[in-house]
Design a protein around this ligand. Structure first.
Ligand code: NAP
Length: 289
């Protein structure tokens, strides 16, 4: 039976560190501040934004809560970002994704000042990541590598298989894992991958970020592997209070029988994503101060 990786406990340590660093900044008269922009009322986005704002408050930081109607135009959103870029009291800017389809996500992300790009999605941040330069690292991949570093398993030379190639998870994660400080050998899989199971079975570390509930079953993993489940999927369940349950991309019960380490959903990668965001905000404030 696998050891269940406690993402909440790991995240707590990062929050405590951020709180300490925030206290130092407060003494200098600097209050780290994240502006959070949310368009519309998508329930998942609303709950992510609320969790981020709660974490900011707990760290002693300011959260500027900018909830706009779904009908907000791209021009209005860009004008708001421009004003936040100029605002010296705002250290980080986060636009909750996904945006309504008529708004060009790429234009919006690129409009954020890279010095305030605490999500790490700006082309400048991603370029720095590729080049190994200091910059903001996207929170979910950063959180995953932090969890992996805490495990008593060798990462150097390990074969890591990343299932998914999105700009926010799969691609940056593959880059981080292959950097010299981790030194894993990385394979990226996607919908064009032939015989997915044959590849995932070779993984010493398997990271599932496909957004498909229970895609990874026990037959797809090597005995003793580390399995990181990034997926957050709402699956209908009339017996649940909310009418749905959160499921990962991994068939947890079956895979936990075979893996050495596994993250649960919820309670694995999710808390680390928020913790890394908070760390990025304090870092942005330190750099600005
Ligand atoms: P995404 O943009 O939809 O990307 C999914 C990736 O998985 C794509 O590259 C896709 O391949 C690949 N894929 C999908 N089905 C596949 C299959 N059957 N076989 C092989 N590859 C497959 O998703 P994302 O934004 O990266 O998010 C992935 C999951 O992580 C979602 O459930 C999301 O909610 C969750 N997530 C969690 C956190 C957290 O903090 N816990 C943060 C971010 C995301 P193609 O490129 O070929 O389409």
């Amino acid at each position: 039976m696998a050891v269940i990786i406690d993402g909440k406990a790991a995240a707590r340590k990062i929050h405590e560190d951020a709180k300490r660093r925030t206290a130092v900044l407060l003494e200098k008269g600097i209050k780290p501040c994240l502006a959070v922009i949310l368009l519309g009322k998508d329930p998942a986005s609303v709950s992510y934004v609320s969790a981020k704002e709660k974490a900011l408050a707990q760290a002693g930081m300011d959260g500027r809560d900018l909830r706009l109607p779904a009908s907000t135009s791209e021009a209005e959103l860009l004008a708001l970002i421009a004003s936040l870029n100029r605002d010296s009291l705002v250290h980080g800017i986060l636009v909750q994704l996904p945006l309504p389809r008529r708004i060009r996500e790429e234009r919006v992300i690129t409009a954020i000042d890279p010095a305030k790009d605490v999500d790490g999605f700006h082309p400048v941040s991603l370029g720095r990541l590729v080049l190994g330069q200091a910059g903001f690292i996207p929170c979910t991949p950063h959180g995953i590598t932090a969890l992996l570093r805490e495990l008593p398993v060798p990462l150097d030379g390990a074969h890591a298989v990343v299932l998914g190639r999105s700009n926010i998870v799969g691609k940056p994660l593959a880059i981080l894992l292959s950097r010299r400080d981790i030194n894993a050998t990385v394979t990226i899989c996607h919908t064009g991958t032939k015989d997915l199971a044959a590849i995932t079975r070779q993984a010493d570390i398997l990271i599932a970020a496909a957004g498909k509930p229970a895609l990874v079953d026990a037959g797809m993993i090597k005995a003793g592997a580390v399995v990181i489940d990034v997926g957050v999927n709402r699956v209908d369940d009339p017996s649940a209070k909310k009418g749905y349950r959160l499921r990962g991309d991994v068939d947890f019960k079956a895979v936990a029988e075979k893996a050495a380490y596994i993250t649960p959903v919820p309670g694995g990668v999710g808390p680390m994503t928020i913790a890394m965001l908070i760390r990025n905000v304090v870092e942005a404030a330190e750099r600005a101060g």
